[in-house]
Design a protein around this ligand. Structure first.
Ligand SMILES: Nc1ncnc2c1ncn2[C@@H]1O[C@H](COP(=O)(O)OP(=O)(O)O)[C@@H](O)[C@H]1O
Ligand SMILES: [Mg+2]
Length: 309
């Protein structure tokens, strides 16, 4: 596609009411500016209710979805279902891919059933016996909300005495919890754009792990791209695409992976509306593939042209 008019009037939906509102606003403002700089008739919309009103009034031809998170976050399939029913094309994964990716436990079950590697885990519904679960997993382990993002509520636990605290923190967020084996090694992430797998990024946080602060606040995290070269790099990228496809994802996204000291890759999660801030990973991977930020936004928007759209 070369003519910005072909996209029609575009709603860049951002913000919303999830825990990741601020990050989404930051992503959204950047996306909006990039699309406008490329001559696209793009406009900011805050949250799903305002978007649906505008769509019903016929104001927009398509949607660039840069909402993050669930419950009004727009990344969990709810918005996607509404857009399908209004017959409005949108960027990123559909109902199934969005919903499944939002739920880390169920994502892992799908991967497991296909023989794709993901850390050993126990699903922790509210009130579950966390000590019994920890005995099953063994230390060190990680506790996290099953359906959040941005590392909120994620704690590494090295000993029994710190378990309750970690569970209490994760339980502040809605939904079930997840306990899994802590993989010690390198953290990698792989961005997918259309059917293109971008170069991996090796994330080297200064802190113990890639927590909220390292993601959005601190300027001391190191990003190495490509994160892994040669055959190992190809294997990692193939695994990421397989993980993305397994969850029924489409359009674009980012697959988070831990690589242990023995060189084995372990799938953590798929992000179906990944961050697009100045700190974000997809723009870094795209840049390494020769795709600048504006071009990246253009290409993501192109993914809204799908069958029947
Ligand atoms: N099993 C694990 N082993 C080691 N580190 C982990 C594991 N699970 C999560 N982490 C760390 O926590 C961060 C956030 O976890 P992740 O599952 O990607 O959730 P989200 O990014 O949605 O909050 C990861 O980027 C990684 O640094
Ligand atoms: Mg993650």
């Amino acid at each position: 596609m070369t003519d910005p008019a072909q996209f029609g009037r575009v709603a860049v939906v951002m913000g919303g009411s999830s825990a990741e509102r601020e990050v989404s606003l930051d992503s959204g403002r950047n996306v909006l500016a990039a699309l406008q700089a490329r001559g696209i008739d793009a406009h900011a919309i805050d949250g799903i209710p305002a978007l649906l009103d505008a769509l019903r009034a016929g104001h927009f031809a398509r949607v660039f979805n840069i909402l993050h998170g669930q419950h009004g976050g727009g990344e969990d399939g709810v918005l996607q279902g509404a857009l399908e029913s209004l017959n409005v094309p949108y960027t990123g994964s559909g109902v199934l891919g969005s919903a499944l990716s939002m739920d880390k436990t169920r994502s892992k079950r799908v991967w497991q059933s296909l023989g794709l590697p993901t850390p050993k885990f126990v699903a922790l519904p509210r009130g579950a016996d966390v000590h019994a679960a920890a005995r099953q997993i063994g230390f060190p382990l990680i506790v996290k909300p099953a359906c959040e993002g941005s590392s909120v509520g994620v704690t590494r636990v090295f000993a029994e005495k710190d378990l309750e605290e970690a569970v209490k923190l994760a339980a502040k967020y809605p939904g079930d919890l997840l306990m899994e084996t802590l993989i010690e090694g390198d953290e990698l992430t792989v961005a997918i754009l259309g059917r293109q797998v971008l170069p991996s990024i090796h994330i080297v946080p200064k802190a113990a792990f890639y927590d909220y602060n390292a993601k959005y606040v601190a300027e001391d995290t190191q990003y190495i791209c490509p994160g892994l070269e040669g055959v190992a790099g190809e294997e990692l990228r193939a695994l990421a695409l397989a993980a993305f496809d397994a969850l029924g994802c489409a359009g674009w996204g980012r697959v988070d992976v831990m690589r242990d000291h023995a060189g084995r890759n372990w799938l953590l999660e798929v992000n179906t509306a990944p961050g697009m801030t100045s700190h974000s990973l997809v723009p870094k991977a795209a840049a390494a593939a020769g795709i600048d930020y504006q071009e990246l936004c253009w290409r993501v928007l192109e993914t809204s042209f799908r069958e029947g759209a």
